[in-house]
Design a protein around this ligand. Structure first.
Ligand code: SAM
Ligand code: SF4
Length: 343
């Protein structure tokens, strides 16, 4: 049990629709060294550092979640590896891998992976998600508005050699990377890595019209099927995961599809998200949230206050998201960026 946790609160987190919450996505910063055109605006304003949870607070919250049945924690952001001293949080949470936690992982853009891969492995991380939308260097720079693809590829190679299992995530962008996807999928499968495609979601103003970026994955799949045989694999529902996987007969690799807009997957949702400022969002696509930072900082018994806040969160978890991208020029569905909520 976590230091300071009250002895009797190991009650599982179950929401009003009977869904067990066993997966926490924890954002540790809203900052990033890239400015992906679907995620952030070019001149993004970041939060003052004092608003962010400290590493100790992030650990305290995680421990309370683990005590209440969370089995998987994904560290995310912003770019988690740009947060100073983040390795300490991985090491501390890694200590709970034999004590309640089953998986500690992260989602990263891999720009700093080369330097962090060994520490992550030593902390107990075994699988990582890397976001990469193209392996064309010019297009990579265009989509990320500044990135250097070589740096990312070096990070991937180092992580692979160390023994971290890699899964790639690529957001499908109608005009920017759709034409590159077959090459990238073949490349990833050649390396032995799964790759998942994601529909762009209308979160936060990025200075780009989501209508121009959005392409339904049904369309992408149809295009890929003209040259490849995609055999559906059994649903990933047991993990509450939103990805639907196919095996590509020609490459032998697994290709996932996350389609929040064309295929709502909320019924099996087992996750909640915490922002770097300590707000818990029960649904990526809804605005209801509860302030855990206040519970931590303003109560005489922060662990009890956190547990109370989590009980309230379970009552408030909505049934489903309501994303849509139907009109050119429409405001984003939510004014919150994915980088703040933790993608
Ligand atoms: N910086 C890290 C990275 O890029 O992997 C972690 C945070 S990032 C916000 C997490 C994931 O959210 C990435 O895979 C990114 O592609 C995805 N993402 C960001 N904005 C999105 C959007 N509007 N629609 C769909 N996916 C988005
Ligand atoms: Fe940064 Fe990740 Fe957002 Fe790209 S998707 S701008 S890498 S936080």
């Amino acid at each position: 049990m976590a230091d300071g946790a009250i002895a009797n609160n190991s009650a599982p987190l179950i929401d009003q629709f009977g869904r067990h919450i066993t997966y926490l996505r924890l954002s540790v910063t809203d900052r990033c060294d890239l400015r992906c055109s679907y995620c952030m605006s070019e001149h993004m304003t970041f939060l003052p550092k004092k608003d962010l949870l400290t590493l100790e607070e992030l650990e305290h919250i995680s421990n309370v979640f683990i005590d209440r049945g969370v089995r998987k924690i994904r560290i995310t952001g912003g770019e988690p590896l740009v947060r100073r001293d983040i390795q300490h949080l991985f090491t501390r949470l890694g200590g709970r891998l034999s004590d309640g936690l089953e998986e500690l992982t992260l989602t990263t853009n891999a720009t700093l992976l080369e330097h962090h891969a060994q520490t992550l492995f030593d902390a107990g991380v075994r699988r990582i998600n890397v976001s990469l939308d193209t392996i064309n260097p010019d297009r990579f720079r265009e989509i990320t508005r500044r990135g250097n693809l070589d740096q990312v590829l070096r990070g991937l190679d180092v992580a692979d050699q160390i023994g971290l299992k890699i899964k790639l995530n690529a957001v499908a962008l109608k005009h920017q990377n759709c034409a590159d996807l077959p090459e990238m999928i073949s490349w990833a499968h050649g390396k032995g890595w799964d790759i998942t495609l994601i529909e762009v979601m209308p979160l936060g103003d990025t200075g780009e019209d989501r209508f121009d970026q959005y392409i339904p994955l049904t369309e992408v799949r149809d295009q890929l099927s003209q040259n490849w045989t995609l055999n559906d694999l059994p649903s990933d529902d047991i993990n509450g995961g939103p990805s639907r996987y196919s095996r590509v007969a020609e490459t032998g690799g697994r290709l996932g599809f996350i389609s929040p807009l064309t295929n709502n997957f909320c019924a099996g949702c087992n996750r909640v998200r915490i922002t770097c400022t300590g707000r818990i969002y029960m649904c990526l696509g809804q605005n209801d949230c509860i302030d855990l930072r206040a519970a931590l900082r303003e109560s005489d018994d922060p662990t009890a206050a956190l547990n109370e806040a989590l009980d309230a969160a379970m009552i408030n978890k909505p049934e489903r998201h309501e994303f849509e991208i139907k009109k050119k020029g429409a405001a984003p569905h939510l004014d919150r960026h994915m980088s703040t909520t933790g993608g």
